[in-house]
Ligand binder design. Structure first.
Ligand SMILES: [Zn+2]
Length: 278
């Protein structure tokens, strides 16, 4: 009788022995969680490493905390991976900030085309269909070209976005030209920003032709932003530019949605002129 009272008291004491972590010892001698009341250890038989036969196990709170941590780690790794891709894909960090989420809605038509391009990229790729964003400075052509690249990046496509001037510098540099050409040849989507400014001089035109020609031969799509007008493209000032423009037209004006004219003032006139592109 006395033994039973002592035993009961001891069990009661064990059960109520809340530890620093809000744990207590249950009737079975195992540690229990004071929050979810699930065991934090289990009997697995006595072994060298567990002389009392108890091994730790997760209560519901532990499991939830572990899953949350795993989720956070996964998210962090995905963000790091994206940042790494962005470093590779955008030669200028400003490009990586241009996303559909940042769109102010000034040009819903251009946005529609950009989203269509992202949504149908596989088909655009197969048909080697690029886009030509035309307009004056500040009309958002770079923005939407980069929106496409950023959205595709998040879908696992690896685009490469560069302005023409730094590309020409790389192509003209003995140490960097082969890497630049490799990128032009292999990137799933090449975006050439700011085409048409200061591209003069025989050397620059040669390099530009090499870049455009290499891209055409790769059979992969090209997106160009330019402040040149459709009329400029139809009236190249030199033989060198004529062969460059003709390749660009072939790659970037082969679908009905291109060119994307970003200048509100002359849309109809420009579109009419583009309709007669040669
Ligand atoms: Zn718990």
């Amino acid at each position: 009788m006395f033994d039973k009272i002592v035993r009961d008291l001891a069990e009661k004491a064990q059960e109520n022995s809340v530890t620093a972590n809000n744990e207590y010892i249950g009737k079975d001698g195992l540690r229990y969680c004071g929050v979810c009341h699930k065991p934090k250890e289990q009997f697995l038989g006595v072994s060298l490493y567990f002389p009392d036969g108890k091994v730790p196990s997760e209560c519901d709170c532990d499991k939830a905390a572990r899953l949350k941590m795993e989720e956070e780690t996964k998210l962090r790794k995905a963000q790091e991976h994206l940042a790494e891709l962005q470093r590779h894909c955008f030669t200028d960090t400003a490009y990586s900030r241009h996303t559909f989420g940042q769109d102010k809605g000034y040009n819903p038509e251009a946005r529609k085309v950009a989203e269509w391009y992202v949504d149908t990229f596989e088909e655009r790729c197969q048909k080697c269909e690029g886009l030509l964003f035309m307009g004056d400075t500040g009309t958002g052509k770079t923005f939407f070209a980069c929106c496409i690249a950023n959205a595709l990046l998040r879908k696992g496509v690896a685009p490469w976005v560069t302005a023409v001037q730094p590309l020409l510098r790389d192509l003209g540099d003995f140490n960097r030209s082969s890497a630049a050409l490799r990128e032009i040849q292999s990137t799933q989507l090449l975006v050439l920003d700011d085409f048409g400014t200061n591209q003069s001089g025989a050397r620059n035109l040669d390099l530009l032709f090499e870049a455009i020609d290499t891209r055409e031969r790769s059979g992969l799509p090209l997106i160009i932003t330019t402040n040149l007008s459709p009329a400029d493209f139809n009236n190249p000032p030199s033989i060198e530019l004529k062969r460059i423009y003709s390749r660009i037209k072939k790659m970037c004006l082969c679908c009905e949605k291109s060119p994307v004219i970003m200048d509100g003032e002359d849309i109809r006139e420009l579109a009419a002129r583009t309709a007669h592109k040669s």
